[in-house]
Design a protein around this ligand. Sequence first.
Ligand code: GLY
Ligand code: MN
Ligand code: MN
Length: 437
Amino acid sequence: MGISKTEYARRRRHLMALMEPNSIAIIPSAREQVRSRDTHFPFRQDSDFFYLSGFCEPDAVLVLIPGRRHGQCVVFCRERDHTMELWNGYRAGPEGVVERYAADDAFPIGDIDDILPGLIEGRDRVYYSMGRSAEFDRHIMEWVNTIRGKEASGAVPPGEFTDLDHLVHELRLFKSAAELRIMRRAAEITGKAHQRAMRACAPGVFEYQLEAELLHEFASHGARSAAYSSIVGGGANACILHYIENNAKLRDGDLVLIDAGCELQGYASDVTRTFPVNGRFSKEQRALYDVVLRAQEAAIAAIEPGNHWDDPHAASVKVITQGLVELGLLKGSVNALVKDGAYRDFYMHRVGHWLGLDVHDVGDYRVEGSWRALEAGMVMTVEPGIYVAPNNTRVAKRWRGIGIRIEDNVVVTERGCEVLTAAIPRTVHEIEALMEA
Ligand code: GLY
Ligand code: MN
Ligand code: MN
């Protein structure tokens, strides 16, 4: 399972077909980041660079030059170096990049100042994602200035700079069959991890111990990191949307909210389950849980080609508002409460986001001012929630401090949608049955 060399080449071809004639695209890799003194964070390739190359080393630059006779895909990368490889691991080197990543040509990164200005010279337009790295922005200007310095001898600097993001991100929004296979597997591993955490859960266990169960399961299936910092929030900690301290003891009678997903071959999964620490939902917990579950079902039912990005969200808002009115947490007419946004005290985020190489993946949500229509191949999360702040004195005490989110990953198909994470226990009955077993 993976993305083939030909698929990477196809992606580059698609991008080049979208570029204006006589242009060049410059895409830098990610850089290594210092964690402390001489240790680094685990290297994570830049998602755009990875999408277009599959190449996982730092200090590299991908250059695409549509129509160039001597090769349209040029890569600059680290040279092979016996000593450096002995200490720090393998490098592909320029030859390996040509062989294994289907580049037409590759050069040592140290030669980029001498070679790249010559590739840019004479092109009308440079595509580049400006503003991500001040240092690389400066390099781009230096290369252009090198050309300007030679104008008297006939060199022609580019006249236009265009942000590359839009073109690449539009491609990334639509997942191929191979990408979906990886995302399905990531969903499967993430599902195993959530079930493992449910089994390990009991009063007195610490939040970080459940996090450890998740990470163990991810890593033992080859997904060596989480796609984002895992959230394990017991009781009222679940009401802090991005709670990652994960250091409290889980208490009998509370719920615990786990939002965690693995990253597999660069692709994220993003799943939330909320379940009782002692294995049985209380009456209030179950009542709110079922509202969130119904909201999620309504949102998923609204996912099909032709519907708009906002339709699932609107469906979830309606069900949650109605549920909160029925339970007495909101008072008034459902339509008026929806219109006034009264639900936002309890449900303060949107129902989801695109999912892919980045957990909050790229792609526009609006097109020409309107919510975008859903199309087959788009992958999104569906994650409604209800969070009753512990200090919300406008509701009866028994509701306070309950936080619930249910999050699944969904791909739009030709006729509707497919829930990639459907196998993970989700209903009250399924969760209680698993925890009792
Ligand atoms: N885990 C981040 C999110 O659900 O968006
Ligand atoms: Mn999440
Ligand atoms: Mn999410």
